[in-house]
Design a binder for this molecule. Structure first.
Ligand SMILES: Nc1ncnc2c1ncn2[C@@H]1O[C@H](COP(=O)(O)OP(=O)(O)OP(=O)(O)O)[C@@H](O)[C@H]1O
Length: 263
């Protein structure tokens, strides 16, 4: 499996009135095709900053001080370098916690998928837009894609809305998908279905998935590898099974101990 995404020694700093604040420090991360990598940690550990850094969506007061992010071997982020606009939404798809952030409440699903396709696929025909829109909803295991295409977001359940948000992220056939706490707002049953869907998508399409979550249990169900973060640093990284069965760091042991059903 070739390396899709590589973060190498990333250091990221926020400029504040009182001085600089280090948000990420010497962070390494690697994702291969067909692999799901979980980034896990408590609130404030730097997970979202890492996910946003990869796609060049850092806040205005935040900058990369050291290190780099490469996508399929090309540097997209480094100090003073941001080439993420070439890959964002095309080679890299994004799904956020709240489907309402990805979906426009005033547009039918059909129009939203068409907009994304027209933005990223040059000279795409109306027939091709329709075909690929139906195809991606079928990939999302949506039983009645024609109805969903004609619906407005508020006419869909929370689970369906999140599937549509994932469809918007993958309809351009990206190599990498970044999902940031995208199942947190869902009930447990729907969460399980969405997680299963991610596994199927990764296996079927051979994409890489960066899955950000505070939920170590969820990460253990889904991910091939887990990176544990605390205070902007990677405290532990490895195969999901070894991180969970033989955690090397006290911080990871504490996260595991906090899971009620973990024995
Ligand atoms: N633009 C910014 N300016 C200053 N501090 C920031 C900025 N963005 C993030 N931070 C701080 O960086 C730290 C890491 O935030 P981040 O959102 O990456 O953590 P997280 O692990 O994703 O947490 P959560 O699960 O709560 O989203 C936090 O202390 C946050 O307050």
């Amino acid at each position: 499996m070739s390396v899709l995404l590589k973060a190498d020694g990333l250091a990221v700093t926020a400029r504040l009135a009182g001085g600089d604040l280090r948000l990420l420090d010497d962070v390494d991360l690697e994702i291969r095709r067909g692999q799901i990598v979980g980034v896990v940690g408590e609130s404030g550990s730097g997970k979202t900053t890492l996910a946003r850094c990869v796609v060049g969506l850092l806040d205005r007061n935040v900058r990369v001080e050291r290190g780099s992010v490469t996508l399929a071997g090309d540097v997209v982020v480094a100090p003073g370098v941001d080439r993420t606009d070439r890959v964002r939404g095309s080679a890299v798809g994004m799904v956020f916690q709240d489907a309402s952030r990805s979906l426009n409440p005033l547009m039918r699903v059909r129009t939203q998928l068409a907009e994304v396709l027209r933005r990223h696929v040059r000279d795409i025909t109306r027939a091709e837009v329709r075909r690929r829109s139906l195809e991606v909803l079928e990939q999302m295991r949506i039983a009645d894609p024609a109805r969903v295409l004609d619906s407005y977001p508020h006419q869909l359940s929370g689970g369906l809305r999140q599937r549509v948000a994932i469809a918007l992220a993958v309809v351009t056939r990206p190599a990498l998908v970044i999902a940031d706490e995208c199942t947190t707002a869902l009930d447990v049953t729907t969460q399980t279905k969405v997680v299963g869907l991610f596994r199927t998508l990764v296996d079927e399409l051979g994409i890489g998935l960066l899955f950000v979550t505070h939920d170590l249990m969820l990460a253990s169900d889904l991910c091939d590898r887990i990176t544990v973060m605390s205070g902007g640093r990677v405290v532990e990284a490895g195969d999901a099974a070894s991180v969970l069965d033989r955690p090397q760091q006290e911080y990871t042991r504490r996260l595991l101990a906090a899971i009620p059903s973990w024995t």
